[in-house]
Design a protein around this ligand. Structure first.
Ligand SMILES: [Zn+2]
Length: 284
């Protein structure tokens, strides 16, 4: 019997929450198994050991977000890593209350911010305590970028250039900008090139496979990814993510695997970069 290959890969961008019920209808396949079991099955098939589970801003409370994240972490045997989220639009007191509650959470790996979906800029001064918390705890700050699934979102808040100021002010914080900044890929690449503490993920670049021109869409996404890499000039700053269940894990991995790069560089995007960024190999 062949030995099971080790699951060294990491998906830095997946969603699973009872507070996003219409996610199933937005997913890559309406029959997707939107459960811990369904997600782990897809991850296993692509040799992915860990996935960063991004909390939704639509959760009813900070408390409930943490409770659900802890539950999914436990149910997955520690493979679905826990994150938190906050919006500065609730005011400085709400931000302080969220951070006070996060202090007690042990297993966090990232804070996710949703500018664009919510009306704030990443350089909103009310977020400074969040960046300070991330620094203190060594958490990655993940920031939604570009296109919003919700047509009511406001794209002006979600441009890569709006991250530059905080990337400079918080040099010791690692920022992971989502979706290659789509559609502002050139702008995103400049941010990553200029700021050594800024990274990007490959998630959410594809719609469901039934849309017209899907093969052309995959080809375009691969070209944009290759162009971004050429502009950034450092393969270590690009990490694989899917945005499951909007994309299937297999499709998202295939996008990276189809890049015209040496095998070890493709594998770096799929595994090593995220393991370093999220310090997954660090002793507990
Ligand atoms: Zn997402």
């Amino acid at each position: 019997m062949a030995a099971t290959p080790p699951r060294r890969r990491v998906d830095v961008h997946v969603h699973l929450s009872r507070y996003w019920p219409d996610l199933a209808t937005n997913s890559y396949d309406p029959t997707v198994d939107f459960s811990v079991r369904g997600l782990l099955r897809e991850l296993d098939a692509e040799r992915i050991g860990f996935a960063v589970l991004l909390q939704l801003f639509s959760s009813p409370s900070v408390e409930e977000t943490l409770r659900e994240g802890e539950e999914l972490f436990r149910q997955s045997g520690g493979r679905l890593l826990q994150t938190v989220t906050v919006s500065p639009t609730g005011g400085a007191d709400a931000v302080a209350a969220a951070i006070a509650r996060w202090e007690a959470a042990r297993d966090l790996v990232a804070v996710k911010l949703y500018p664009g979906y919510l009306p704030f800029y990443p350089h909103d001064r009310r977020l400074d305590p969040v960046y300070e918390f991330a620094h203190r705890r060594g958490l990655v700050v993940m920031i939604h970028q570009g296109d919003t699934l919700d047509p009511a979102g406001l794209l002006k808040y979600a441009r890569p250039i709006e991250v530059d100021e905080v990337a400079v002010r918080f040099r010791d914080v690692k920022f992971l900008l989502c979706h290659l900044g789509n559609p502002w890929v050139e702008e995103l690449a400049e941010l990553v090139y200029k700021n050594a503490n800024v990274y990007t993920d490959t998630s959410g670049l594809l719609a469901r496979p039934t849309v017209p021109y899907f093969p052309a869409m995959v080809e375009r996404a691969r070209r944009r990814l290759a162009n971004a890499l050429a502009a950034i000039g450092d393969v270590r700053r690009v990490v694989y993510g899917s945005d499951w269940p909007l994309e299937s894990i297999a499709t998202a991995v295939a996008l990276v695997d189809g890049l015209d790069l040496p095998a070890e560089e493709r594998e770096r995007i799929l595994s090593g970069n995220a393991r370093e960024l999220f310090r997954l190999d660090a002793p507990a």
